[in-house]
Write a protein that binds this ligand. Structure first.
Ligand code: HEM
Length: 530
């Protein structure tokens, strides 16, 4: 009943959105408003264009008129699209205090744990949690998780080799790339967050894997709930609709609660995030100034921490706040990483020359002298071509197509004339920047040479933003990069990755709002290296 109600509501809103006269909200702030054409809006509704495609169109219009920004009015709110990189840096970093918050990512009053996710927290509460959680993501802490990355990647290779042995063609097998990458990611997250072995690789029907699927499912019903959450949050709260699967949430909450108890009383000690968060709660792991990144310092977060303003109250002492941070690693880190690994395998299958170069580097540097099961953290991170490849996958297919901030107090930049009222959003169109020929010489080509160390050093750093920008950037970046690189290195070292007759020959994507996903049931062939 409520699904029907929601669909009718969404349809009504969409029809309104399509037919309403484009009001000039931004005129009174002296900001030029640019409206999407009705044809483009219809194409968006029919799925023929994505939100990011419409951003590209506006971006190109600004490029030809040499403007740095423009106003946009969307169903979700009044927004400013920022095209100019200096202004982007100013708004997202230097003047961050005006733009501390973002739109709620997953929210429903009947599942209050979501309101405590770092992703969703606002203002001082966000600052306090971010500065408490930051030390758990330092290089030193991630390095200690290398043992888990090695173990799970070895199990993944073993599983894929067994699949080949059992296939009719004894040198290769066809895999569903997305499914395999998901199982790898479930096993890494279960061991590095929960300190448990989910065994999704060897047993996709394990309870942990099933519960993960329930949480990350994108069934039509789930998509309808997400749309309602974005466009009709009041309806969601009025009908007390549970946006995410309640059974799965309770399952993971219980595991985390029990795990936290045994870490707090010292019964168990492991190299995982449960342990690190327990240490923060006990006051054994504090945010040291040198452990905060340069951008956090830019935003004066470090000053607040040093002044003791944020640390006086140990915000993670609250059980629900601590558990929420661990639980959100699923939401923020699960699909992003498994989608990235899927796209990386897809790109390798379509670009055999890139694959050969990468294999050569891995054989000669990481797996030299027959050492092929233990990867060393520093050696893995020191591989130049692997890094170039990873950056190019993120350039071509960033998992999020936009970065957004909510204006929390009226903003005026006298230099550019930009005025933003409280409550409006600013955003930057990632896809358009990542494909701008001013910054990348072959934007339409899969070309890891865009990221040679020399080119990286020369290029403005704000032209590459898959993990966001400024103090509110992705806290899990290092963790995501190391585990993804470990997976890719093992696969390329052990197998040739090939397209099958069903694999689309140019990279296809599926979008849900601004999230970019691989196509369903993407098939690839893995051939054993002799
Ligand atoms: C391929 C992997 C990943 C990508 C591309 C990615 C990308 C992003 C992006 C674009 C943002 C928003 C940044 C901004 O607004 O400036 C973000 C935020 C965030 N990510 Fe990730 N992410 C990835 C993996 C992870 C992992 C593995 C974790 C945790 C273990 C994680 C935790 C978070 C959190 C907590 C935030 C919110 C930070 C805040 O609001 O302070 N992410 N991520």
């Amino acid at each position: 009943m409520w699904v029907l109600l929601a669909l009718v509501g969404i349809l009504t809103l969409l029809i309104y959105y399509l037919t309403r006269p484009p009001k000039n909200f931004w005129g009174k702030y002296g900001v030029r408003q640019v409206n999407d054409s009705v044809i483009d809006k219809i194409k968006l509704l029919l799925g023929r264009k994505t939100i990011m495609d419409l951003d590209d169109i506006i971006y190109k219009r600004l490029e030809s008129s040499q403007e740095q920004f423009c106003g946009v009015v969307e169903l979700q709110g009044n927004m400013v699209l920022i095209k100019d990189l200096d202004l982007l840096k100013k708004v997202f970093i230097k003047d961050f205090e005006y733009f501390v918050d973002r739109r709620l990512v997953v929210s429903s009053d009947s599942q209050p744990i979501f309101h405590k996710f770092l992703l969703n927290l606002r203002g001082d509460e966000w600052k306090a949690v971010r500065s408490s959680v930051s030390p758990t993501f330092t290089t030193g802490k991630i390095r200690r998780m290398m043992e888990s990355f090695n173990k799970v990647s070895r199990e993944w290779v073993h599983h894929l080799k067994t699949k080949i042995e059992n296939s009719s063609d004894d040198s290769s097998t066809v895999i569903k790339a997305g499914e395999e990458a998901r199982h790898f990611t479930v096993d890494v997250i279960s061991s590095t967050v929960f300190g448990m072995e989910a065994k999704a690789i060897s047993n996709p029907d394990s309870l942990f894997a099933i519960m993960t699927d329930r949480l990350s499912s994108l069934s039509p019903l789930q998509i309808a709930k997400f749309l309602m959450m974005m466009f009709l949050p009041r309806v969601v709260n009025f009908f007390r609709i549970k946006v995410m699967d309640d059974k799965a949430i309770t399952f993971f909450e219980n595991i985390l609660m029990q795990g936290m108890k045994s870490r707090m009383n010292g019964e168990t000690k492991k190299n995982d995030f449960l342990q690190l968060i327990a240490e923060v709660r006990k006051g054994e792991l504090k945010a040291q100034d040198e452990e905060l990144s340069a951008i956090e310092k830019d935003a004066r977060l470090a000053e607040d921490v040093a002044n003791g303003k944020l640390q006086k109250k140990n915000i993670l002492k609250d059980d629900m706040m601590a558990i929420a941070q661990l639980l959100q690693f699923f939401f923020a880190g699960f699909s992003t990483t498994s989608n990235f690994i899927t796209f990386a395998l897809y790109a390798l299958a379509l670009n055999p020359d890139v694959q050969d170069k990468l294999r050569e580097e891995l054989d000669s540097k990481l797996f030299k002298d027959g050492k092929d099961s233990e990867m060393d953290y520093d050696e893995l991170n020191g591989l130049v071509y692997l890094d170039m490849f990873v950056c190019e996958v993120f350039r071509v297919i960033p998992p999020n197509g936009r970065l957004e901030r909510l204006c929390v107090k009226e903003y005026h930049d006298p230099e550019t004339g930009l005025r933003v009222p409280k409550g409006a959003y600013v955003y930057t169109p990632l896809q358009a920047i990542h494909n701008d020929p001013k910054y990348y010489e072959h934007p339409d080509k899969f070309y890891p040479e865009h990221f040679t160390p020399e080119k990286k050093a020369e290029r403005n750093p704000y032209t590459y933003l898959p993990f966001g920008i400024g103090p509110r950037n992705c806290i899990g970046m290092r963790f995501a990069l190391v585990k993804s690189k470990a997976a890719i290195a093992q696969i390329v070292h052990n197998f040739f990755i090939e397209p099958t007759s069903k694999t689309p020959r140019s990279i296809q994507i599926k979008t849900i709002g601004i999230a970019i996903q691989p196509p369903d049931n993407l098939e690839l062939r893995l051939r054993l290296r002799s």
